[in-house]
Write a protein that binds this ligand. Structure first.
Ligand SMILES: [Zn+2]
Ligand SMILES: [Zn+2]
Length: 51
């Protein structure tokens, strides 16, 4: 397969690419699955959800 699909983090407020082996960019985002979070604590500087 030549094309590598870039999955985005499943946390809606997060704009980071997910890890290759997961649906989230970080453990922080993975923990938000149960509750709706308005900001993201993943710590990635490019994340638009991190206030
Ligand atoms: Zn994020
Ligand atoms: Zn994320």
């Amino acid at each position: 397969m030549a094309d590598e699909k870039v999955n985005e983090c499943k946390n809606p407020v997060c704009s980071c690419p997910a890890q290759p082996d997961g649906k989230y960019c970080s453990a922080s985002c993975e923990g938000t699955g149960k509750t709706i979070e308005l900001d993201c604590d993943c710590g990635h500087p490019d994340c638009t959800g991190n206030f």
